[in-house]
Every structure is written in structure tokens, then in C-alpha cells.
Ligand binder design. Structure first.
Ligand SMILES: Cc1cc2nc3c(=O)[nH]c(=O)nc-3n(C[C@H](O)[C@H](O)[C@H](O)COP(=O)(O)OP(=O)(O)OC[C@H]3O[C@@H](n4cnc5c(N)ncnc54)[C@H](O)[C@@H]3O)c2cc1C
Length: 391
């Protein structure tokens, strides 16, 4: 049994959390700082999570996974962040999974899922965003044209994270031109790209240097062939499948944000209690103590929505508003906690060895990606509050 396998998850939530913490303890700040400095992928950490079964939490047992729900998957990601690690290196495996689970054929599941569960295949890349269309997904320009037993894909994606470290990519492409579809949400299709085969055969990946170590890239498709058997569900219905999976994505990212926020609060609380300036702990000053208490209250409130959305998702209930609100509230809580933590640490908040500036950069992402706050507010305004469409 490997050291990682000793930390294998059980079905009890507290035990799962404890096992994740035990695994993460092997990957302290020094590990993440070294990776961050070189912008290197944390392969050892991802391998350990894979071997211990955590990344296969959502894969049904018949395909070699643990058959757990979003509640458990979210708890795993939350603990990772709470321990100062970064699930951003591999979280997509959990949230892209839903599309294959819900809409893939039995044959596709049999072909991919057991290999994903063992780590033989990594499903880490998710190709939706494009440079011209941005958040307006229905305007994406990448096309997949059927020619016999395969599709020929042309176009470009941007911010395709982990593409260099993944074997498979879940790709959204247009299979019917926009002006030939009855409904504007039709005509997009989801397919699984075997990236190892496609590299050099129509697929080019270029890393994008970014604020934090996120292994993100832009990818170019030039007559890249994808077998028709890799199409998920029905041709032209891909946008619906992706939207469906997005609730899972929002809920899981929201868990990560709660984990981040708790990490910042713990750091700040400890430092404020120990750091003595003017002859007393800085935490004895309300100017330092109250922002920490406020961040705590904000995080606990966000967490209630996170838990609610996860429970609704696992119960099979529609949870679009809750998933979006959870992601918005939790990302705002983690960002507020990050800002508070830097302020609490003063100058030392900027020193790499405290990990605060690294986590500060990492958690900044989540009010922008995978969906920005404005678009969540637009969704709530239009679909929950029934106000006029704002875009
Ligand atoms: C590090 C990183 C990793 C990522 N990983 C992935 C990935 O793996 N796969 C993937 O597909 N994508 C990924 N993304 C893309 C991410 O989902 C998008 O960046 C995000 O959804 C915002 O889209 P955009 O950047 O195109 O912004 P735009 O759509 O250009 O919008 C820019 C700004 O304008 C605002 N805005 C736009 N329209 C409106 C409106 N009508 N009303 C009000 N405000 C508006 C937005 O809220 C945003 O703040 C990643 C991005 C980053 C930075």
C-alpha cells in the first residue's frame, strides 16, 4: 500500500475530511512555494490525491470510483484549500466528470471512467472559453464538422487550464452554424478529445503566464480529428449538458473558497494573538480583531449557502440560483479574508515564506472564474427576481 493509499477516503464525511488533511500534511507551504516559484505543476500532490481515490470520489463504484456525492467531493476540495494546498491543479476532474456521468453512453463510461479512477487517464482540461466570445458562450467560434466517422475541429480556446497535464479534454464546439439553428442554445456539441493523440496532429498548446501557478494555456485546433464515438450525448445539445455540469463546478469551487477563507482566518487569528507591537498583541486592538471576526461571519454565512446548494444538487433538485449564489458569496468571502489577512500581517503578508501572498493570488481568481460575479448577478436579476434581461 502506498503512503497515499493509506489516506483513502471512507464514506463518513468527518473521516473523509480527516484523511484529506492527513494527505495534505505531506505537502506543506515549502512544497507549494517551490512549485509557485517555478510555475511547475504539482504532479506529486495530484498523483497522491489520485492514488488515494479522492479524485475519483464522484465516479460510481462500478467504474472503480467511490460513488460519493457533491457534498463529499466539496468537503475534499475544501479541506485541500484549508490546509494551504491548491486544488486548482486538479479540481476540474471532479466537475467535468458530471457531463460524462450524466450524458455519456454506457460504452463511453466503461472506456474512460475506470482509467480515470486509477489515474491512467487524466481528465483535467475543459475547453469552453474563447478569446473573442468570452462569457458569451453561445457566440463561440470553434467548429466541429462531421466527415464520415470523425469530426474535424478548427478554432481556438483560451484559459484551458491544465491542458499540458491532461490526457483528455472536454471540448465545447459548434456543430451547426448559429444562423441554422431553431433555438440559440442549439448547435453546440460536447466531445472528449484524446489530447495525447491530438498533440502534433492538429492540436497545439501554449502556456499563458499568469498571476498564479495555474497551468493555464491557450489551445489551437487546426483540422484536429475527433472520432464520432467521442461525442457526448446528442449532437447539438452540448450547451445544455455543459450548463448542467456548471452547477457542480460552481458548488465545488465555492467549497474551495470556503476552505481558502478558513485558512486565511486561521492564519490571521494566530498571528494577531502572537504578534506583539506597542507592548500588546495586535489582536487586542479592535482595528485588527474586528476584520478577522467579520471575515469569519462572512465565511460562515457563505458556507450555509454552499451546504444548501450541495444538498440540493445531491438530492437531484434544480439548484441553479443556489449554486450561483454559493459561488458568488464564497468567492467574495475568501477574497475579503485574503485582504484582511494581508492587512493583519502587515509587511510580513508580502513575504513569500508566509504563503499569504501566494494564497492571496490564488483565491483572487474565483470572483472572475469560472464565472464572474457580474454574470451571476445578471442571472439572479433576470431568472430569480424576474427583472429585465441586462445583456
Ligand atoms: C486562471 C484562469 C483559468 C481558467 N480556466 C478555464 C478553463 O479551464 N476552461 C475554460 O473554459 N475557461 C477557463 N477560464 C476562463 C474563465 O471562465 C473566464 O475568464 C471567465 O468566465 C470570464 O470570461 P472572460 O475572461 O472572457 O471575460 P469577459 O466575458 O470578456 O468579461 C470581462 C468582464 O466584463 C464583465 N461583463 C461581461 N459582460 C457583461 C455584462 N453583460 N454585464 C456585466 N458585466 C459583464 C465580466 O463580468 C468580466 O468582469 C479561466 C480563466 C482564468 C483567468
Amino acid at each position: 500500500m502506498t503512503a497515499a493509499a493509506e489516506h483513502a477516503p471512507s464514506t463518513d464525511l468527518d473521516q473523509i475530511r480527516e484523511s484529506v488533511r492527513a494527505l495534505c500534511a505531506d505537502y506543506p507551504g515549502e512544497y507549494w512555494r517551490a512549485k509557485d516559484e517555478k510555475r511547475a505543476y504539482p504532479s506529486e500532490f495530484v498523483n497522491a490525491l489520485t492514488q488515494s481515490g479522492f479524485l475519483a470520489a464522484l465516479i460510481p463504484e462500478e467504474y472503480g470510483g467511490s460513488g460519493l456525492g457533491i457534498i463529499e467531493a466539496g468537503a475534499i476540495l475544501e479541506e485541500i484549500q484549508k490546509m494551504g494546498c491548491n486544488g486548482g491543479a486538479c479540481h476540474a476532474q471532479m466537475y467535468t466528470m458530471g457531463t460524462i456521468l450524466k450524458h455519456g453512453s454506457a460504452e463511453q463510461k466503461k472506456g474512460w471512467l475506470p482509467k480515470i479512477a486509477t489515474g491512467e487517464l487524466r481528465l483535467q482540461a475543459f475547453g469552453v472559453t474563447e478569446p473573442t466570445s468570452g462569457t458569451d458562450t453561445l457566440s463561440l467560434r470553434t467548429t466541429a464538422v462531421r466527415e464520415g466517422d470523425h469530426y474535424v475541429v478548427n478554432g481556438q480556446k483560451v484559459w484551458t487550464s491544465r491542458a499540458e497535464h491532461s490526457d483528455l479534454m472536454l471540448l465545447l464546439a459548434r456543430t451547426t452554424p448559429k444562423d441554422k439553428v431553431a433555438k440559440k442554445t442549439d448547435g453546440l456539441s460536447v466531445m472528449v478529445v484524446d489530447m495525447q493523440k491530438a498533440k502534433g496532429n492538429g492540436l497545439t498548446i501554449r502556456p499563458i503566464p499568469t498571476m498564479m501557478n495555474h497551468a493555464t494555456t491557450e489551445v489551437f485546433f487546426d483540422n484536429m480529428k475527433v472520432p464520432v464515438e467521442n461525442l457526448i450525448g446528442e449532437e447539438g445539445k452540448g450547451f445544455r449538458y455543459i450548463l448542467d455540469g456548471m452547477n457542480a463546478e460552481r458548488i465545488l469551487i465555492a467549497h474551495e473558497c470556503v476552505g481558502d477563507a478558513r485558512w486565511f482566518i486561521e492564519k490571521a487569528k494566530t498571528y494577531a494573538t502572537e504578534r506583539v507591537v506597542f507592548g500588546r498583541p495586535i489582536g487586542a486592538n479592535q482595528g485588527i480583531q474586528f476584520p478577522i471576526a467579520r471575515a469569519y461571519a462572512q465565511t460562515e454565512a457563505a458556507n450555509l449557502m454552499v451546504q444548501k446548494s450541495a444538498a440540493m444538487y445531491d438530492a437531484g433538485k434544480p439548484c441553479g440560483p443556489e449554486a450561483n449564489m454559493a459561488k458568488m458569496l464564497a468567492s467574495e468571502a475568501s477574497w475579503a479574508a485574503a485582504d484582511m489577512c494581508v492587512q493583519t500581517f502587515g509587511g510580513f503578508g508580502f513575504a513569500a515564506e508566509y504563503d499569504i501572498e501566494r494564497k492571496f493570488r490564488e483565491t483572487r481568481l474565483y470572483t472572475v472564474a469560472p464565472i464572474s460575479t457580474n454574470l451571476i448577478l445578471a442571472f439572479i436579476g433576470e431568472h430569480v427576481l424576474k427583472m429585465p434581461r441586462s445583456y
